[in-house]
Design a binder for this molecule. Sequence first.
Ligand code: ATP
Length: 270
Amino acid sequence: AGDPVVAEAERPAVRLADVGGMEQVKERLELSFLGPMRNPEMAKAFGKSASGGLLLYGPPGCGKTFLARAVAGELGASFTEIGIADVLDMWVGASERNLKAVFDDARRRAPHVLFFDEVDALGQKRSHLTHSSSLRNTVNTLLAEMSGDNDGVYVLGATNHPWDIDSALRRPGRFDRMVLVLPPDEGARAAILRRHLEKRPVEGIDLGKLVKATEHFSGADLAHLVETAAERALADSMRSGQVRPLTMKDLQAALKEVQPSTGPWFATAR
Ligand code: ATP
């Protein structure tokens, strides 16, 4: 710990149109974030600020990171992802210096999207830090940096625990917009399943049927499902020495093993 967390910046080529399904989320992103950022004067006239950040929340593995990349793609911005837990894992004083460096770097690269993952780690409730004063200092640094002169710096955050977020971070000019990202709907599941299946030898796949059978599956669960089915086809292929494509039978067997993981999130959502 102690190394700078300024990560490599990438320039995402993905756009919102590449996000399958999730029409309401895309519409909200467009109306409450992308639109005002693209038309700051007009937004101001209607009392809508063009500064401030956007918080994506919901169960894990449901595309928050993917959506953040697509937002960068829409804005023609470069992108860095910063794990808040990593920032906090530093020596006293280093977290603050690093956060400052992250913002300085973003201002130099503008237009730039800063994506903070696990924003809830900054809340007292979730912190494992014994020194709550150093947590306080980190939060204060983030607040100060977010309200600085950040032309062309777009701050996005993600959390699976929105209730544990430090309330100071939710005030105007900070993470003042929130978008709920639910488990992938049918359109999203079709896109995700297609993506995982198209890189493997397959035969007779009924995508519609698969989409219906995978309600409540997260993106990560869907990946796991296809991997499990692929293992089965691979085992057969290795036994016979001949490639046996992945079929619905493999997927049906995998469906008996792989359970959707999003249930517990809804059960604990207070
Ligand atoms: P989170 O940040 O919420 O934990 P994530 O974005 O890291 O989630 P997944 O939801 O597992 O992870 O998504 C993994 C990959 O699946 C993405 O990088 C993307 O390529 C693809 N994917 C996810 N959602 C969609 C979607 N709606 N349409 C198309 N592809 C998707």
